[in-house]
Structures are given as structure tokens and as C-alpha cells.
Design a protein around this ligand. Structure first.
Ligand code: NI
Length: 238
């Protein structure tokens, strides 16, 4: 079916899952006040979902920022940090990618136990070259992934990420004070999208997620907790 209808038809499932996980579905990308965001699952022992219990994640085929076709199997064997966005994003994406970069620095040598993936939900504009340039600006360890509209729709559905093109005017409608005078006008568009970052197991099972506004320290300490309680990937010794 047409991409548009396909996305619509899966909205209910996505919304139900998002509600279940407290992902703040209705806020999409529009929340900019970090203070209103609360991290969920901040306990220790119950921090991670048992493997296979949360229907988030799944097989994908995408194109990496070197222009090579890759699948989820290329990223097996390490933990995954999975974040969706677009290079033209005015706020959530650069903030989150910066947090991920700082978290990787905090992890030191343990950073090699994680693949940080940034998946574009704007495949129309985000070419592999653009993705390469963009992720490198934050951290060369971040892997930019894009693909065809259909490939992106498939992976976004698997990860329960809703996204939608929106005019720049509409994007800032709820809070015009956030609008920078340099923001594009006219027929330029943004893409509203959910801003959570997933932590997936080395088997690509959902473990937990970080809402937008979670600190780099929270990401790093949660990954450390996963390493110490769930194990290091590939039988790697501590
Ligand atoms: Ni964004």
C-alpha cells in the first residue's frame, strides 16, 4: 500500500506501544523544555526489559554513511544505541547526538561495546554523503544510516518511531519563541519525529530507552550497568 497509508495503518500499534512505554507519543518532537521530560525506569535491577518482552526493534536493511548496504546483522554482537532523526533538525537531533558523543567519551574503552546508530527519517534529503558529514561533526564513532523511503518506513515501524513531514511554520506554531530568525521559511520542511534513544542488546532486543533530555551521564551509566549485569558482548572479559 502507499507509504502514507501504511504509516497511518500502523499508527495505532505504535501509539499503543508508545503509551505502554511512556514515550510521550503526543509530544512527538515538539517538546523543547528538558525540564518537562522525565526519564523512566531509573531503578537498577528492573532497568532492563527481559529479552523479547518488548516489541521494539527488528530486521532492517539500510545504507550506511559510506554508501554501503547494511543490515541489522552487520551490527550484531554489540549493544546498540539507536536514535532516529534528520540532519536538518533544529533542536532534538543535534542535542541528542551531542549527548551520545559525550556518553561515548565517558565510556572510554567501553565505548567499543556499543554501536551508536543515527537513522534518518528524512531519506529524501539525507544522502549517505550528508549523513557522513553530519555524524562526523559529533563523533566519528556514530554510524549514519539512511535508505529508500520504504526501507526507512520499515525500520521506523520496527522501532515504533512515528515521523511526519511538517512545514517549518507549523513546527514552531506551538512555541514561536523557539524559532530562530535564521530558520528557513517557505516550502522548506522539517520532520516531526519521536526523540527517544533505544538501548538494544547485542541480539537486538529492546532493553530500555532514554527520553529526549536524558543526560550523557545517564546514557553512559546505563550502558555500564548493562555491561555489568547483562554481560559484555562477544564474551569479552571485563
Ligand atoms: Ni530531530
Amino acid at each position: 500500500m502507499p507509504l502514507r497509508l501504511h504509516i497511518r495503518s500502523t499508527l495505532l500499534i505504535i501509539a499503543a506501544t508508545a503509551a505502554l512505554l511512556g514515550l510521550g507519543f503526543s509530544t512527538l518532537h515538539l517538546l523543547k523544555d528538558r525540564g518537562t521530560q522525565t526519564a523512566v525506569n531509573t531503578g537498577a535491577a528492573d532497568r532492563f526489559a527481559p529479552p523479547g518482552t518488548v516489541p521494539i526493534g527488528g530486521p532492517f536493511t539500510l545504507v550506511n554513511h559510506e554508501g554501503r548496504t547494511v543490515t541489522d546483522e552487520d551490527f550484531a554482537g554489540k549493544y546498540l544505541l539507536v536514535f532516529f532523526g534528520f540532519t536538518n533538525c533544529p533542536d532534538v537531533c543535534p542535542t541528542t547526538l551531542n549527548d551520545i558523543a559525550v556518553a561515548l567519551d565517558m565510556l572510554g574503552a567501553d565505548a567499543k561495546t556499543v554501536w551508536p546508530l543515527f537513522i534518518s527519517i528524512d531519506p529524501e534529503r539525507d544522502t549517505p554523503d550528508l549523513m557522513a558529514e553530519y555524524v562526523a561533526a559529533f563523533d566519528p564513532r556514530i554510524i549514519g544510516l539512511t535508505g529508500s523511503a520504504e526501507q526507512i518506513a520499515t525500520v521506523a515501524e520496527a522501532y515504533r518511531i512515528f515521523y511526519e513531514k511538517t512545514s517549518v511554520d507549523a513546527y514552531f506554531e506551538s512555541d514561536p519563541t523557539q524559532r530562530d530568525t535564521s530558520e528557513p521559511k517557505g516550502d522548506e520542511y522539517f520532520v516531526s519525529h519521536q526523540g527517544q534513544t533505544y538501548l538494544m542488546s547485542p541480539d537486538n532486543d529492546y532493553l530500555t530507552h532514554f527520553n529526549f533530555g536524558a543526560s550523557a551521564d545517564e546514557m553512559a551509566s546505563t550502558i555500564r550497568l548493562a555491561l555489568s549485569t547483562l554481560g559484555r558482548p562477544d564474551g569479552e572479559e571485563k
